[in-house]
Design a protein around this ligand. Sequence first.
Ligand SMILES: Nc1nc2c(ncn2[C@@H]2O[C@H](COP(=O)(O)OP(=O)(O)OP(=O)(O)O)[C@@H](O)[C@H]2O)c(=O)[nH]1
Ligand SMILES: [Mg+2]
Length: 301
Amino acid sequence: MSRPDPRSFLSGFIAIIGPPNVGKSTLLNRLLGQKIAITSPKPQTTRNRILGIYNEDDCQMVFIDTPGIHQTRSLLHKSMVGSAKSSLGEVDIILLVVGFEQPANNSELTIILRLLRQTDKTALLAINKIDLLKKENLLPVIEIYSKMARFDSIIPVSALYGDGLETLIGELKNKLSPGPQFFPPDMVTDKSEEFLIAEIIREKIYYHTREELPYSCAVRIEQINEDLEKNLLVVMATIFVEKASQKGIVIGKNGKMIKKIGRNARIEMEKIFSSHVYLELFVKIEKNWSSDARSLRRLGY
Ligand SMILES: Nc1nc2c(ncn2[C@@H]2O[C@H](COP(=O)(O)OP(=O)(O)OP(=O)(O)O)[C@@H](O)[C@H]2O)c(=O)[nH]1
Ligand SMILES: [Mg+2]
C-alpha cells in the first residue's frame, strides 16, 4: 500500500465529550459505519475511552469516545469521568455533543462548559437528536448554545439517522492540520475483539434489566476459542454483580433472564463477526466491586 503524501495529509485527535446519554457513542459508530462502542437508553453506558479511527485518502481523524461527564458517586464513576476529562488535554479538537433537549441550566453541561473555557482548543458543538425536534425549533436551540460558549462551529445532527454527518465531517476536516497517518488505514479501533464481546454482553444487560442493576454489572471474558473449520467462536464470560439479590435478577426465574441476555448477545456477535457463536455466561458476586480500587482494575476500569 502506498503511503499518503505527508505534505498534504491531514490528521488529528478529536475527543467526543458531553453529558451522559446524548448519543456520543451512537455518533461515533455512525461516523465509522460500524459498531465499536455500545449504546443504550440508560445514561453512563460507556465506561472506557474508546478510539475510533476514521480514514479518507487524504486524512485521518482519531476520535476518542468518552464516558458522559456527570456528578460522580462511586469510584467507578470517578474513574469514568476522570478519563473523559483527561482526554481533553490530549486532543487537537474537542467535539462537544449535546442532546437538543438538554436544558441550558443542566448541571452536567455547566461542568463541561467550565472545562471548555479552560482550554483554547478548537471546539465544535454537535446538537444531536434533531430527528426529535420540529424544524422551526432548531434555530432557537442553536442560538441558546451559541451564547453559552465560544464554538468554532455548531452542527445539528441526528446520529441515529445519519443526518448532518457529512457536514460534521467536513467541518472537522477544515479544522485538521497537516500531520501523520497515526494508525494503519485498515485499523478502526484500539480495542480488542475481546473488549467488544464483553461490551456487547454488558449492552444487553443494560437493555434487559432495570433501574440500578446495570450499574452494578461488569463483564469479564474468561476464554475465547476460534474453530476456523466450523466457523465457530466459543466464548465463556462472567457477569459480575455486587450482591446476591442482583445475581438472582440477572439469572431470572428458571434462568430466563440470563438466557435472554445470552441469546441477544450471541445474535449480535454472529452478525459482527460473521461466524457462529457459542456463548456461555456465568454470574458471580464480587462485593462492591464498583467502589473497590483493586476490583475496578481487575475488571478493566
Ligand atoms: N432519536 C434519537 N436518539 C438517539 C440519537 N442518537 C442517539 N440516540 C439514542 O440515545 C441513547 C443514548 O445513546 P448513546 O450513544 O449510548 O449515548 P452516549 O452519549 O454515548 O451515552 P453515555 O455513554 O452513557 O455517556 C440511545 O438510546 C440512542 O439510541 C439520535 O440522533 N436520535
Ligand atoms: Mg457512550
